[in-house]
Design a protein around this ligand. Structure first.
Ligand code: DGP
Length: 109
């Protein structure tokens, strides 16, 4: 068992509700949702943060997120990428949060 839970989810060794997957990206429901819709979009390959990911993959990550948002029929949503523990990153495998289904204030608390 690898130490990274998102690597385990990507490999199918840890269960999750997967909404989309292809060779390089997986989208699955967050286990601790902060909104009625809370999906995590991750690269299959282990990159610790957005600072480490190849440019070409950034576009695909967002394209998948847009596709999931469209499939869930949400017009209004927020993308969040916490980077570093001070910013709230707790799982050190890059993930893009897709949050929607409720009113969200700005700026965030
Ligand atoms: P962050 O704080 O940005 O690192 O977000 C990590 C998110 O990962 C948090 O919203 C909860 C979610 N999470 C943690 N462990 C699991 C898990 O085992 N399965 C799923 N589906 N989500 C998880």
């Amino acid at each position: 068992m690898c130490e990274c839970i998102f690597c385990e989810i990507s490999a199918g060794r840890l269960s999750s509700v997967i909404l989309y997957q292809d060779d390089t990206v997986v989208a699955f429901k967050d286990a601790n949702p902060m909104a009625p819709i809370h999906v995590l979009i991750i690269p299959r390959h282990h990159y610790e943060s957005i600072k480490d990911i190849p440019e070409a993959l950034i576009g695909h990550l967002f394209a998948v997120a847009n596709r999931v948002a469209a499939e869930l029929k949400i017009e209004s949503f927020r993308y969040v990428i916490n980077t570093g523990s001070q910013a709230g990153q707790t799982v050190f495998h890059l993930h893009l949060h897709l949050l929607g289904g409720r009113c969200m204030g700005w700026p965030p608390g």
